[in-house]
Design a protein around this ligand. Structure first.
Ligand SMILES: [Zn+2]
Ligand SMILES: [Zn+2]
Length: 430
């Protein structure tokens, strides 16, 4: 069995002695994993973050930013202001990993790996405080609430973070994924899709199941809408990457012998530019209204858009700089041909600040878990069959590899700005 060639990054500059401290950050990760909290309820997580930053020392810590967010500021002379962002929230998923440190909160799980992001950023914060000789500038650590509902970044911006803290010259963010540790994927331009959730309520007229002629059946209406919506993304958008429109939930009725009064659909749209987004939303409204009319609905359907995420766009120059630093640090980097269809609210910070930003995804899995077939799939740019993705109740990054990779990448990425005039990140030749 061959394994990916992923040499350990050199322990130089900001990464020096990180390995010594990793057991602590892995312990923090396992603790966060066992105690997941939903969007805007990350109070315990925020307390862990604040107490760790206080213990590290040197960091100026502000809590309750945009709700449960935490901001840390570390100044070290003249130089660029770099924001490093980690999201903190978990999901309403019942964990089925069987891990010894699995969630103790019923029905809640860190299924997206935001616990990795928090532990990795804390590890990076310790290195920055402990290695002042290796950098110049100001680092702002942004511990963001409520990414999963797409509102946390905006809540922090609405709380005045651009005025209350040093304004960023670049914003960097990372996301763990089911790739081998040591692999980073990203791309210049659009990296993640815009997303909108849409709730559609259809109104019919209920009746006895034995008398459908007296009813306007919202179930039949809903079924027709679901089928018609399938053609929208295929017929409205000429460009790749393809937009997506998924009906993720359909609720109507309770018993077999009653035709219900209403039906509710929950839809998820993923698009990569504003025009396609508008076209799809307009098309969805048209299809829903026309179908309700066609079936003789007695009341107009209700269509509500919520939990909207903007498209995440990586600045081309900043992405090039980040990739050069990671590659020089021994990290295997791949540039994606098309954006990912997942979404993030990370992009809001840089858009609001008018500065560049880069989001990249990194492997959090043990490289030893990838056999020859899996490596071949990765080399074709595909995920190996049977890959357990983020948001699955079985998703479990490796505690030993994910936190280490996250902290290293973040430090190397930040170093690309903070080290500007030095070459401390390059391997030393002795
Ligand atoms: Zn997620
Ligand atoms: Zn996530």
């Amino acid at each position: 069995m061959t394994r990916p060639q992923l040499p350990a990054p050199p322990e130089t500059g900001l990464n020096t002695d990180l390995a010594t401290h990793l057991p602590h950050w892995e312990e923090i990760y396992r603790d966060l994993h066992a105690h997941p909290e939903l969007a805007f309820e990350e109070h315990r997580t925020a307390a862990v973050v604040a107490s760790e930053l206080a213990r590290i020392g040197g960091w100026d810590v502000t809590r309750q930013v945009g709700g449960s967010g935490v901001m840390g500021v570390l100044r070290h002379g003249e130089g660029p202001v770099v924001w490093l962002r980690a999201d903190m929230d978990a999901l309403p998923v019942r964990e089925e990993t069987g891990l010894s440190y699995a969630s103790v909160e019923a029905g809640l799980m860190h299924a997206c790996g935001h616990d990795v992001h928090v532990a990795a950023l804390l590890g990076a914060c310790r290195q920055l405080a402990a290695r002042p000789d290796a950098w110049r500038g100001t680092v702002v650590a942004v511990f963001q609430p409520a990414e999963e509902v797409g509102r946390g970044a905006q809540a922090m911006l609405d709380d005045g973070i651009l005025d209350r803290f040093p304004r960023p010259e670049v914003v960097l963010g990372q996301h763990v994924g089911p790739l081998p540790a040591g692999l980073v994927i990203t791309r210049p331009g659009a990296i993640m899709a815009a997303a909108d959730s849409v709730r559609v309520t259809l109104y019919g007229a209920g009746a006895h199941a034995s008398a459908p002629h007296l009813a306007v059946d919202p179930l039949v209406m809903a079924a027709a809408v679901v089928m018609r919506l399938q053609t929208l993304s295929a017929r409205l958008a000429p460009l790749t990457p393809s937009p997506l429109l998924t009906v993720g939930a359909l609720h109507s009725g309770t018993v077999p012998n009653v035709i219900p009064h209403t039906a509710e659909l929950l839809c998820s749209l993923r698009t990569f530019d504003e025009r396609t987004r508008e076209d799809l939303l307009t098309g969805l409204r048209r299809v829903v209204r026309a179908e309700a009319t066609a079936q003789g609905a007695l009341q107009e359907p209700e269509i509500l858009t919520y939990d909207s995420f903007p498209v995440t766009v990586n600045d081309a120059d900043a992405t090039e700089r980040l990739l050069a630093a990671l590659t020089a640090g021994g990290v295997r980097c791949e540039v994606l041909p098309v954006p990912l269809s997942a979404s993030e609210d990370f992009g809001r910070f840089a858009v609001a600040a008018g500065c560049p930003s880069v989001m990249y995804h990194f492997g959090g899995a043990d490289p030893a878990d990838f056999d020859a077939d899996a490596i071949a799939a990765l080399e074709r740019g595909e995920l190996p069959s049977g890959t357990v993705m983020n948001h699955s109740p079985h998703y479990a990054p490796s505690d030993r590899h994910a936190v280490a990779a996250g902290a290293r990448h973040l430090l190397t990425a930040a170093g690309a700005w903070l080290h500007r005039h030095e070459s401390a990140e390059a391997p030393r030749t002795a």
